[in-house]
Design a protein around this ligand. Structure first.
Ligand code: ATP
Length: 263
């Protein structure tokens, strides 16, 4: 992993199986985003890949994970930009930061620029807005259009936001594909539980998964992960005082009651 100012660059390894639920969306993303990025020779002209994708919805629903998964499936570089860090670190010089970001992305292509909290960087223009922030926004639009006009460029911008209505209209138009990532329903929670617990030692029947999923109404994927992490500690705590000597195999599996107590 390499870290630039306010930007982390990686080659993520996330598969669709790591993401619980959202099945119909996974299928459309494959066709609309991943296949075109992998085969620019087929997907050109009318079939060209979108240059901007917006993921919106409540916090903790897996937007970052989806972006990482797309990068992983396309074997792209992944530039993870936190909009608030970028704006605070490059005060007064946001324009240059944006130029540098796209320059790195082009040099490392195929690449994905992921901008979390994109609304905080590219919000609606207001009267009070300072010059530097205006410049940064227009530079962003220029760079995105630049990326769109150069067919050889294999750079995709993915923005994530909890507040899509705050986005600048011109910016919103650049994100040609938009996906709402909602809080999971019962089935979604069940699938997230299975995905999160897939590599853990568990003693759970199908009915147990359903019981837990039922009890987690209103929880996001991030909340569900927290519950599972907490539950996974109970069997370990039973060995408190003996952790230096206990064999891994002696630590019992995670059971239904651990999850219910952690929820
Ligand atoms: P934010 O808006 O707060 O940035 P986000 O929507 O980007 O949140 P993530 O950062 O992707 O959410 O999710 C946080 C963590 O929650 C993930 O690393 C993952 O462990 C877990 N998680 C969230 N959604 C899912 C899901 N659908 N399947 C499996 N794990 C999930």
């Amino acid at each position: 992993d390499q870290i630039y100012d306010g930007c982390l660059m990686t080659k993520p390894e996330v598969t669709w199986d790591d993401i619980g639920g959202l099945e119909p969306m996974k299928i459309s993303m494959k066709e609309m985003i991943i296949d075109p990025l992998k085969r620019p020779d087929i997907f050109r002209g009318l079939r060209a890949a979108p240059k901007g994708v917006l993921l919106y919805g409540p916090p903790g629903t897996g937007k970052t994970m989806i972006a990482r998964c797309i990068a992983s499936q396309c074997d792209s570089s992944f530039l993870n930009v936190s909009a608030s860090k970028l704006t605070s670190k490059w005060v007064g010089d946001g324009e240059k930061a944006v130029q540098a970001l796209f320059a790195v992305a082009r040099a490392m292509q195929p690449s994905i620029i992921f901008i979390d909290e994109v609304d905080s960087m590219l919000s609606k223009r207001t009267e009070k807005e300072n010059e530097s922030s205006k410049k940064m926004k227009s530079e962003f639009l220029v760079q995105m259009d630049g990326a769109a006009s150069q067919e050889a460029d294999n750079v995709l911008v993915i923005g994530a936001t909890n507040r899509p209505d705050d986005l600048d209209e011109a910016v919103r138009r650049r994100f040609q594909k938009r996906f709402m990532i909602p809080l999971p329903d019962n089935q979604g929670r069940l699938q997230i539980l299975k995905a999160v617990l897939a590599h853990e030692k568990i003693a759970l029947e199908e009915a147990d998964f359903c019981t837990v999923a039922n009890s987690l109404e209103g929880y996001s994927g991030a909340d569900i992960r927290k519950v599972c992490a907490e539950a996974s500690m109970t069997p370990v705590r039973e060995w408190s005082g003996f952790l230096d000597t206990v064999e891994l195999s002696e630590i019992r599996a995670i059971e239904l009651h651990d999850l219910m107590e952690a929820a």
